[in-house]
Design a protein. Structure first.
Length: 132
């Protein structure tokens, strides 16, 4: 059974890296199921959680939406389209140390943060991205 899980985990990791699009668990499952229809949704979800816990992929919690999974592990910012919900990387230097500016921590020991901008993507604006 251990070998089977390792193969499935490798398949999930390979798919996240191949998609490179901040895919949701459902999107990752659908992509895998195209070639491996016997894989269960639960197996994909379980392996996404495990890979995230292991630090092999990055889970991004999206307020009001499904979690997304990122193949890039370094700290970086994202933007979510308010119309279609897709998530994209933002090309800017990541701001470190924001938690040091918090005046009342309410007892929290901060472990990190994600910066998620909102906007409308070129597709939803009807723009040609090659001309922006």
């Amino acid at each position: 059974m251990k070998n089977r899980n390792t193969i499935q985990r490798a398949l999930v990791l390979e798919t996240v890296r191949k998609l490179q699009c901040h895919a949701t668990a459902d999107q990752i499952y659908a992509e895998i199921a195209k070639e491996h229809p016997s894989i269960s949704r639960a197996t994909v979800y379980r392996n996404l959680a495990l890979l995230s816990d292991m630090g092999e992929i990055r889970r991004m919690e999206i307020p009001g939406g499904a979690d997304c999974f990122d193949h890039l592990l370094h700290d970086h910012c994202h933007v979510r389209c308010e119309k279609c919900g897709r998530v994209f990387d933002v090309d800017m230097e990541f701001v470190t140390g924001l938690e040091q500016g918090i005046h009342d921590t309410h007892g929290f020991a901060f472990t990190g943060y994600d910066i998620l901008f909102r906007g409308i993507c070129p597709d939803c604006q009807g723009l040609d991205p090659s001309k922006t």
